[in-house]
Ligand binder design. Sequence first.
Ligand SMILES: [Zn+2]
Length: 515
Amino acid sequence: MKQSFTLLLLALLSFNVYAQPCGIGAEDIEIMTQRLIGYKQSIKEGVHQDRSGAMTYLPVKIHIIRTTEGTLGIGEEFVLESLAALNDDYIDQEIQFYIDEGFNYIDNTATFQNPSSIAGSTLLRNNKVNGRVNIFIPQTASTGGGGLETGVTLGFFSPTNDWIVMKQSEIRNISSTLTHELGHYLGLLHPHSGWDAVQYDPGIHTPTPTFAPGGRATENQARTGSCRNCETAGDLLCDTPPDYNFGFGWNDCNYNLNTLDPCGDVVDPQEINFMGYFLRCEVDSYTFTPNQKEIMDFVVSQRRQSNTIFANLTPSTVETVVGDIVPVVPLDGATTFNSNSVYFQWERVEGATDYIFEYAPRVPGLSSATRVFLTDGQNDILIEQPFNPGQEYLWRVYPYNQSSTGAGFSEIFSFFPGEATSVAQLEEVDSFEIIPNLVSNQNEVLLNINSTNAIDIDIQLVNISGQTISTNRMILVNGQNNFDLSVAGLSNGVYFVKLQSETGIVTKKLLIQGN
Ligand SMILES: [Zn+2]
């Protein structure tokens, strides 16, 4: 007896492992089915508010789950590319998704490995942001039904928690899993609903049973006559043909086993449907049917009315980000004028409000890059750290905005740090401010320097090419020091104010505009 129980358990385990790439549990499917019946009824009764062809922007909250040490999280560029692919899939429905207020990071190793544990779910709930599509990205998406952690689950939508969990490796622009999960989020079932957890097996299911393993009627192929049951079977939609979960594991895009439905008709599934499990069709060939689109359209309106998606939120811009990154300084392959700090600037990219800036030494093998996020259109950055003279460094930039995220990283540029004038930081200077930092129509700026010691310093004004414009000597007292630095007659652009003593150096950027 004990042995057969073990065998049964193994059989159940392997079934789950094999047949649940989307990981929506049986209870969740029942909830979603009842909701879909309600949506169809409302549409029939004319409740549906037409969005009249206007593009609807839905705010998405991206939660990147990492280890407790803050490591191994998905690279933000994959999220950006994935959202761009998602928006390509939804553009013909006048639905676009945009990143609301950047990325949220959740650093917890247990949740990173299993977001469906009780502790994991609690953490997700505490991070969920109301009124947005919440997408959590851990290493492994375990099943939404709270069951097995399989590693096979690619992602799932939880109708009770109203969030999406996506396995890290599925956040790729070649994957349509995110599009599929958003389909669930917007009300759709699998075309093979009823067979979600149990895949059709000719050895077991011939002749095909009238009731699917999930409990409801097996959908027939016929769309007319007495065999027609598409309104109440499968995904309850008549323009998606029946499917008994033929797709999972099928290795091309043409199902040809001539499986018969309970009425004796050959079942011909739609392999290229986003909501199915056929994973081996051309990436660009996947589609939603008109009935699926009608449901999603209704659910978008309904979610906005019921405030599960706030209708008053809009992206800061809907401009498309176009254009390559063109370095202003350092130019590709250039040697910078010192190695204490390097100032980077590139030409503004049309539409871009945000940039991921990344730099790293070029070393054999893998090197970890330093990544900085720039917002509000800032297209430059001063990195104050000792660079290694003679070492080649690489850098690149990813331009994007909330709704246009598909531009990708720029090509890789390189530079060599110049000789160090003085590598050390000027330790005595506690704080150093230039007032104002952005100058227009002024003859001088105020340098506010707080020193912990009485020392002699040189104050150098340097242009973007590293040429010294002026040098002034000053004796700092212990405490506050003020110095009026002349900027009269300077043309517009970026300058640097360098404070240098015998022991160290400190640099600040000064921007002159409209002088
Ligand atoms: Zn699914």
